[in-house]
Design a protein around this ligand. Structure first.
Ligand code: S3P
Length: 182
C-alpha cells in the first residue's frame, strides 16, 4: 500500500546541523509553538539503550548507534506533524538524507567555525565524535559535513541569534510557507 503523500502543512519538520548548534533547543521551541510532538533522535536511542551516547559509543559501538539512528529517523520522518531534531552525524547517511528530504521539511541550522569553536569546551564531554581529536581534525570534520548539510530545504545562519530568535524566525517562515503553498 503506497503511503499517502503528506501535504506541506502535515509534513514533519526536521532539524539538522553540526553538534552543539542548538538543534534540540530550537526544535523543542518550534514544537511547543506549533502544538506538535517533539522527537529528539539521540534521546530516543539513549532511552532504548538506557545509557548516554558516549557510553553507547564506548560499550556498544558507533556502528550500532548509527543503525539505531537510521531506524528511528526513517520511522519518524515519514510521520505527519512531528518536529524532529537529528544528531549531527545522522544526515551523513544517504538513506536518512533521501528519506528526510522526500517526506519532511528539512531546516539546516548553520554556524561559522569561528563561533562554533568557542563552544567546544562545553561539548567535548558529551560528544564521543569530538573526543581524542585535535582541533584541526574537528575543523576538517566541520567543513566536510557542511557540504552534506547543504542538501537542505531551508538554512538559517545562527551566529548572531539566540535559540529563541532562531525558533521565532523559523515559526514565522514556516507559517508563511503554509499560507503560500497549502
Ligand atoms: C553526533 C552528534 C550528536 C550525537 C552523537 C554523534 C555526530 O548529536 O548524535 O554524539 O556524529 O555529529 P548532536 O548533534 O545533537 O550533538
Amino acid at each position: 500500500m503506497t503511503r499517502k503523500q503528506l501535504s506541506m502543512r502535515e509534513k514533519s519538520l526536521v532539524f539538522i546541523g553540526f553538534m552543539g548548534v542548538g538543534k534540540t533547543t530550537v526544535a523543542q521551541l518550534v514544537a511547543k509553538n506549533l502544538y506538535r510532538d517533539f522527537i529528539d533522535i539521540d534521546q530516543e536511542i539513549e532511552k532504548e539503550f538506557g545509557m548516554p551516547t558516549t557510553e553507547i559509543f564506548n560499550e556498544i559501538g558507533e556502528t550500532k548507534f548509527r543503525e539505531k539512528e537510521r531506524e528511528y529517523v526513517l520511522h519518524y520522518c515519514k510521520q505527519p506533524l512531528k518536529v524532529i531534531s537529528l544528531g549531527g552525524g545522522a544526515f551523513m547517511q544517504e538513506e536518512i538524507r533521501k528519506a528526510c528530504l522526500h517526506h519532511s521539511i528539512v531546516f539546516y541550522l548553520d554556524i561559522s567555525w569561528d563561533s562554533w569553536k568557542e563552544r567546544l569546551h562545553m561539548l567535548i564531554d558529551s560528544r564521543p565524535v569530538l573526543q581524542n581529536r585535535a582541533v584541526e581534525e574537528i575543523e576538517t570534520l566541520f567543513h566536510e559535513r557542511e557540504s552534506t548539510y547543504k542538501e537542505h530545504k531551508s538554512k538559517l545562519m545562527t551566529d548572531n541569534f539566540n535559540e529563541e530568535e532562531v525558533a521565532e524566525y523559523i515559526i514565522e517562515s514556516i507559517k508563511l510557507a503554509w499560507d503560500l503553498y497549502s
